[in-house]
Design a protein around this ligand. Structure first.
Ligand SMILES: [Zn+2]
Length: 311
């Protein structure tokens, strides 16, 4: 049920524009990663790298992939191996923003925002997938310089798929935070809400982090009740998406509501209500009389809502 592979299409996606960050064609080498793996691939003259500073991405024309010679004289904050594509090593290099801007000041180079790249179609979708992996991994390295067990400094190991502590021997692995995002429906109506930080007029699926010791189904039921006061019956998985802000896995689900009565938590949400299918069509097509819209196709919510509208 993963979302990797060049030909992958989430099962309810149909002909919609692609779900952001979900296309990925690299062979990952995490299981074989040991000392020297990064150096071995970095020495390959065909090796390529994406270059980021936080969510700023270095572009050269319509590509985010660069030869390693670009980095001559540059001291990276971190460098990791993302994987190989037909034998070509693909690395990720993290820089500080000043160094990134300095590199961008040459030729056709520019710095683009990762969120914008996922929607703009400026670079191939496979590269957007590499950038998602790169951003989550580099952000984790940048924020985990010390061991959470003994407090000693940790060092990047296994080509970036681990950090090791020489103080106590602990091995630390990158985190992925599971988030459930659910399309809750009752007959011909779907429950959508808006957070205050959303762009004006935007309504989306409810969502929340999975808590320790909780199943996906239980998280969907708990979050739906907490945020909207709605009890749900059956829950099924629909599709998933890596969301690199900073390391979430969005788990898209569909749930049946047991009732339509709402009790919205106005601390969490600005509003939540039921939308009939006709109204959802109008929102998707940009012709809602009140200007209401749903999130763009880059977001998993769009695909969940579109599938509902289609019936
Ligand atoms: Zn330690």
């Amino acid at each position: 049920m993963g979302s990797t592979g060049p030909g992958h299409r989430p099962r309810e996606q149909g002909t919609r524009p692609p779900l952001g960050f979900a296309v990925h064609d690299l062979l990952r080498h995490t299981s074989e990663a040991g000392e020297g793996l990064l150096e071995e691939h970095r020495a390959d003259p065909t090796a390529l790298t994406v270059v980021l500073a936080d969510v700023g991405v270095l572009l050269d024309g319509a590509s985010a992939l660069h030869g390693l010679a670009l980095l001559d004289g540059v001291e990276p904050m971190a460098q990791v191996l993302l994987g190989t594509r037909a034998g070509t090593p693909i690395l990720a290099t993290g820089l500080d923003p000043v160094a990134l801007q300095r590199l961008a000041a040459h030729g056709d180079r520019a710095v683009a925002d990762l969120r914008m790249l996922a929607t703009a179609g400026q670079v191939p979708q496979t590269q957007v997938g590499y950038l998602a992996q790169a951003r989550s991994l580099l952000a984790w390295h940048a924020t985990h310089p010390f061991c959470s067990r003994c407090g000693a400094a940790t060092r990047l190991s296994c080509a970036g798929s681990r950090r090791d502590c020489d103080g106590c021997g602990a091995r630390h692995f990158p985190r992925t935070d599971p988030v459930v995002i659910m399309r809750v429906s009752a007959g011909d109506a779907v429950l959508l809400g808006r957070q205050r930080r959303y762009p004006p007029g935007t309504y989306s699926c409810l969502a929340g982090f999975v808590e320790p010791g909780e199943t996906i189904e239980a998280a969907v039921a708990r979050e739906t009740f907490e945020e909207a006061g709605v009890r749900v019956g059956s829950v099924r998985y629909v599709l998933s998406q890596p969301w690199p802000f900073t390391s979430q896995l969005m788990i898209g689900c569909a749930a049946e509501a047991a009732h339509r009565a709402l009790d919205v938590d106005l601390d969490e949400l600005e509003d939540a209500r039921w939308f009939e299918r006709d109204e959802v069509h109008a929102m998707l097509e940009g012709r809602h009389p009140d200007g209401l819209v749903v999130p763009p196709p880059v977001a998993v919510a769009h695909h969940l809502i579109h599938a509902f509208a289609r019936g």
